[in-house]
Design a protein around this ligand. Sequence first.
Ligand code: ADP
Length: 487
Amino acid sequence: MKYLIALDAGTTSVRAFVYDLSQKKFVYRAQQEVGQSFPRPGWVEQDANEIYFKAAYVLDACARFAGEALAGVGITNQRETVVLWDGVTGDPVCPAIGWQCRRTAAWCAALDEETKTLIRTRTGLVPDAYFSASKLRWALDHVPAAGQALRAGRLRAGTVDSFLIWKLTEGKKFVTDVTNASRTMLFNIRDGRWDGELLERFDVGADLLPSVRACDARFGEVTLCGRTVPLAGVAGDQQAALFGQGCFSPGMGKITYGTGLFMLFNTGETCVASSHGLITTIGYRIGERTAYALEGSMFHAGSGVQWLRDGLGLISTAAESEQLAGSVPSTEGVCFVPAFTGLGAPYWAPDARAILTGVTRGTKRAHIVRAVLESIAYGARDLAECMQRDSRVPLSSVRVDGGASANGFLMQFQADVLGVPVDRPADPESTALGAAMLCALSLGLTEERELSSFRAAGRVFTPDESGTKTAQEGYRGYLDAVRRALC
Ligand code: ADP
């Protein structure tokens, strides 16, 4: 019997799962909430030590459960968030700057065109405050302790994975994986190295940053409950979900329906540049082989359902939206665009705001609830269209996870809107599963050809003929509503 631990260091909680290799499922989990602080409008910070202590706590709980059977630990984590720490004391020199933090938005907007083009071509990213580089530059410029540690040659900087690995290996390993590195805006995704020219432009020394390894590499060793095991297998959360969903071939995509919506589309060994404002990213690297992906996101998806519940009081639980939406055959022309904080790809309109169109005297609460759920599926269709146009690879099927993937109405409607099967696994924890699979691969406890068997089949929603007709008409109505939201 062999157990692996998958550590999932998310934004609002840190969780660890014990994965049983013989049963191919999680048999134990531990979770700790982690705080966020918002010291100024648009600023988001976290205490990196809190993330580490809580990670150590949940790892310890899992290691106690796993006992002698524990073979290794894989890690997945929130991406882009930057931690700066003192390489001698191991203490952070300032709060971690969160991925949602907008403090460097103006700085990024003011970058010269040449730098912006360089960022796009080398890193595959859209120049934006979301990614790590400008957050790191900000800390170097504004945090005196960072400057002092830098001058003393003691400063270390990296994403959450690299800080956790540093702490868990007691300062022995300063490493990250390619997927996390590809979110920093400093990493050349084509040649798989920190980009010398970008480091120069951001004035960041290469020695500040961790060395970069493949996702299935060995990252060090950790001692848990007196037992020393390898830290093996690391990927950023969305990439780990892509892997955990078994999207190994070009044309396979996964959608995570959480507060927002994240779609990743495997483009294989081709690094596809987007002409629709999507991000090109490293999906994963196994050994020497890199699979690239296109990534698109909607800022608001499940949050629309939360708004129905908390803002409008139209439903009392998120789950209730399923029965209500299914109680009417259509929205009767009501259309919703969830642009609460602007629209992302392919519109990129930060000033757009949500709208509800086509409301008549006969509109009932079920129509509005249905329109909100439909808008999530339409937004995903927008992303899928861009991905297919950019890559010229047709979407073959889509695998789904996240809180709102529990909604059967939404999943069926998504299949009808996309015209491809929507495949929901039995276990929604794809992110942790991805980390467990990378760990198993790294330790030689599985082989690449066996990886597909890790994902337990759940339910497949296939496009339905009459539903598809309604969905296609609805999509046209949605595009019309988007045009109005953009005015
Ligand atoms: P996150 O990781 O972003 O916190 P989760 O994956 O936990 O998100 O999903 C939570 C979101 O999913 C919430 O916005 C909630 O409104 C939505 N949600 C949860 N269950 C359902 C459901 N049955 N139908 C529709 N939306 C749901």
